[in-house]
Design a protein around this ligand. Structure first.
Ligand SMILES: Cc1cc2nc3c(=O)[nH]c(=O)nc-3n(C[C@H](O)[C@H](O)[C@H](O)COP(=O)(O)OP(=O)(O)OC[C@H]3O[C@@H](n4cnc5c(N)ncnc54)[C@H](O)[C@@H]3O)c2cc1C
Length: 319
């Protein structure tokens, strides 16, 4: 993830793999052998693509509040799916969406995950115009009486919530890593500019107040990066790490912190660039692009307010 995000245009890397990387793990980790063999080799060869459809117009942070429904047909051979999904990365050109639907009672106990073919009758798609990440293909997916075979159910009916939650830890780690890589890019671009841009007869870097900005960014990036490395080490070496609430807590809080570091570094880099920091052309254009892309790092995969609280609740859960 870190190397991919060295291409500072997040839309490009998300456009290439953003859907598969969150849409396929439920099949990989909870799917039947038949489902794995039907889809994953073709994803691997690039023949087909997946995206993940959790968020809805009326339910984002509150995943348990999703309203899209899947009703089993009388002959129990298929579900009839109705509803809508919003901001679905890669939705425009994916072949399947791993979709959260309501099959049971309200709340977390009535949610299932279905593989919905996006070429099925009743599916509509349109691009959502966001400020950044254009190449990621953010999509509004409409589902109107879409027939989905029962064999496309991932895991058991009404047990989809835990599958959705299991997807979040890796996603949060990847968002944290991406945020810190982009923060470094902002730093690097601004550093180069501060050395070469002259004002009042001197380079920008000759001013203490400018050097202080770099000190601030260095402290923030390096300490957060070290924390993320530590969490990754723990994930690799601790038994049953994937189910440890303490690791989930750290990932939630580290993702928030990395997002804050990115916001701060992007702001400071734009400041070092002056007017160039908001120009789509010229030396500041990379930082300007990051300033439009970064919101998704702060909001996606669980927004700041939600994750801060989740982190502390997970910590308390082990007391
Ligand atoms: C570019 C982009 C790509 C995305 N890709 C996907 C994708 O591929 N698949 C997918 O399923 N979703 C995707 N999303 C959706 C994303 O996961 C949601 O935007 C996110 O979960 C937040 O939901 P929301 O936007 O509905 O915000 P809301 O839930 O409406 O929340 C709005 C704000 O209020 C805060 N808030 C909400 N409730 C509380 C509370 N109780 N207390 C305090 N604060 C609160 C939140 O932190 C947030 O900042 C994408 C979004 C974007 C912008």
């Amino acid at each position: 993830m870190e190397e991919t995000i060295r291409c500072p245009y997040t839309g490009v890397s998300w456009g290439l793999g953003g859907g598969n990387s969150i849409g396929c793990p439920p099949i990989l980790n909870f799917g039947t052998e038949e489902q794995k063999m039907e889809y994953l080799p073709r994803v691997h060869s690039g023949e087909i693509r997946f995206c993940l459809g959790i968020t809805e117009p009326e339910a984002g942070s509150d995943v348990a509040g999703i309203r899209s429904t899947a009703v089993l047909s009388a002959d129990k051979t298929h579900y009839i799916v109705n509803g809508a999904k919003k901001w679905i990365t890669n939705g425009l050109w994916s072949d399947y969406v791993t979709t959260a639907v309501r099959t049971g009672r309200p709340g977390i106990e009535g949610i299932s995950l279905l593989i919905v073919p996006l070429n099925a009758p009743g599916v509509t798609r349109r691009r959502i115009q966001n400020s950044g990440l254009y190449a990621s293909g953010s999509t509004y997916i409409g589902l109107s009486d879409v027939k989905v075979p029962v064999r496309n159910l991932i895991g058991k009916e009404n047990e989809g919530f835990k599958i959705i939650m299991s997807n979040f830890n890796p996603e949060r780690l990847s968002l944290a890593v991406g945020s810190l890589r982009l923060a470094r890019t902002c730093y690097e671009e601004a550093w180069r500019h501060a050395l070469t841009r002259k004002t009042f007869g001197n380079s920008l870097m000759a001013n203490q107040v400018i050097r202080a900005k770099f000190a601030n960014m260095t402290r923030a990036i390096e300490s957060c990066r070290a924390w993320v490395e530590q969490i990754v080490y723990q994930m690799q070496h601790q038994k049953d790490a994937a189910n440890d609430p303490q690791i989930g807590a750290k990932l939630a809080l580290a993702k928030v912190q990395a997002g804050k570091v990115l916001e701060m570094c992007c702001r400071e880099a734009q400041q070092v660039f002056g007017g160039l920091g908001m120009s789509k052309e010229g030396k500041g254009h990379i930082v300007e692009q990051i300033s439009r892309d970064l919101r998704v790092y702060v909001v996606g995969g669980g927004s700041e307010e939600i994750l801060d609280d989740l982190g502390i609740r997970l910590m308390l859960s082990k007391l």
